[in-house]
Structure formats: structure tokens, C-alpha cells
Design a protein around this ligand. Structure first.
Ligand SMILES: [Zn+2]
Length: 248
């Protein structure tokens, strides 16, 4: 048995896709972006060195021209709306949510509308009509109302479902949030990516979720290994979310 079963399984899955002439679409979403930092710079340079497009989920309340100036002229970056403030309004007994049922819908929607117009003004060429709910959670009743503020697509975590608005989701998270709070084991991640490639339907994509501010060495090594393995593979195609957005 291979010492790296996950890596072997991923390579097999991609080889099959190459033989079938239908490369698997991959996309990369990085969350909690507010301002330029060394961590963001390292992360974007790593992706760019493999020509991998990145969607940055930007928290609008505190962001501004510093990030806009930093991103100007960078290739392969798109921007999505990451809530308004990334504040938690759920009680301590519940999972964290900014966009949950804890506040009036009209208030939540007006904050999202402010955020979307702020980011659209900062990034007229990079902005996607996509909402990334903080902690990947949103009140079900809000989903159908997002169209009223111009949001056409939601990006959460897990398989896409028919839940009132188009979804382009992430499926593999590099972070071990509940254990070490560092990067998850590389071969486990390879195996999960392989699993998504093996099971996803026609027209679907494999979404990788990252959080550049908390990446440790394990995550950086994993990303380098994944990008090296996949970027030039004929069975894989890293794509911009702008080319994957479900038609609405
Ligand atoms: Zn977040």
C-alpha cells in the first residue's frame, strides 16, 4: 500500500479525468480579507506562481483603499462579499452566525447591501455577485431575498443543494479548526479532494477553502504540494469563480 494513499487516489482520479478528456474544475476561496498583510502577500504569490486564480472573501465594514491599492494590477483575483462586519450575533449556546435569524431580516439585508455597494465601488472589475456568509451559515429565509440586493450566488461549505439561490461552494477546508487550529494532514486533504473529484456531477467544481491569516507551515507546504501536483495536470483545471458562477 502506498505511504500516501490520498495523494495516489487524487492522481488516479485526475489521470482518469485526463483520459476521458474532461478535466475537473477546481477553484480557490480565501476568507476574512480586510487589508494587505505579509500573510496575504505570501498566499497570493504562492497561488500566482502556479497561475491559480483566487476569490477573496472580503469583510466590507473595515476594508478600504489600502487593500484596493494592493490588489490593483494583480492578475487572477476576484472579490466576493463576506458578510458586513463578521460579528457573531448568536448566543454562546449556538454556532457563530452573523447572518442568522437573531436580528430582523431587513436590518441584515441593509447591511449586506451596504457592503455589496462598498465593495462594488472599490472593485468595479473584480466584484462577483456572490455572498460568502461568515462561518458559512445564513438564515434559510434570507437566501431567497438576496436577489433583491443584487446577489446572485451563495458560497458556503459542503455539497451544493437547491436551497433558493444558486451555490458555488467549497468542499475541502485546509484548517483543523477544532483540533490543532493549524493545517490538517496533507494526505487526508489529498484524499478529500480526490473524493470530491470522484463524486461531483457534470458542471460541478471542487472548491478549496483557505484562511490566509491563520495558515501555518503545514498549510503552506500542503498548498505548494497541491498546486505543484495539479496546476499542470491535464485532468485538472483551476478556474476563476467568475467562469464557474451558476447561471441564474
Ligand atoms: Zn470568515
Amino acid at each position: 500500500m502506498s505511504a500516501e494513499p490520498g495523494r495516489t487516489r487524487l492522481l488516479d482520479a485526475l489521470d482518469r479525468r485526463a483520459e476521458q478528456g474532461r478535466p475537473a474544475a477546481f477553484w480557490l476561496r480565501d476568507d476574512d480579507v480586510v487589508e494587505p498583510t505579509d500573510a496575504l502577500h505570501r498566499f497570493l504569490n504562492l497561488a500566482a506562481s502556479h497561475a491559480i486564480p483566487v476569490t477573496l472573501a472580503v469583510i466590507p465594514e473595515e476594508t478600504g483603499i489600502a487593500l484596493e491599492a494592493y490588489l490593483a494590477g494583480r492578475e487572477g483575483v476576484t472579490v466576493a462579499l463576506h458578510g458586513w462586519s463578521h460579528r457573531n450575533y448568536a448566543p454562546a449556546t449556538e454556532k457563530k452566525q452573523e447572518l442568522g435569524p437573531h436580528r430582523p431580516e431587513a436590518l441584515v439585508l441593509s447591511e449586506l447591501a451596504s457592503g455589496y455597494s462598498k465593495l462594488s465601488a472599490l472593485y468595479p472589475d473584480l466584484m462577483l455577485p456572490m455572498l460568502v456568509p461568515p462561518w458559512n451559515r445564513i438564515a434559510p429565509s434570507l437566501r431567497t431575498r438576496l436577489g433583491s440586493i443584487g446577489i446572485e450566488c451563495l458560497s458556503v461549505f459542503g455539497p451544493e443543494k437547491d436551497r433558493g439561490i444558486a451555490e458555488l461552494n467549497t468542499h475541502v477546508d485546509v484548517m483543523d479548526w477544532h483540533g490543532t487550529r493549524g493545517g490538517r494532514p496533507q494526505d487526508v486533504l489529498f484524499g478529500e479532494i480526490a473524493g470530491r473529484v470522484e463524486t461531483m456531477g457534470e458542471g460541478a467544481a471542487m472548491g478549496l477553502l483557505t484562511h490566509h491569516l491563520v495558515h501555518d507551515e503545514a498549510v503552506e507546504h500542503f498548498l505548494e504540494a497541491l498546486f505543484s501536483l495539479t496546476a499542470g495536470h491535464p485532468g485538472c483545471r483551476w478556474m476563476s469563480a467568475s467562469d464557474l458562477l451558476p447561471s441564474v
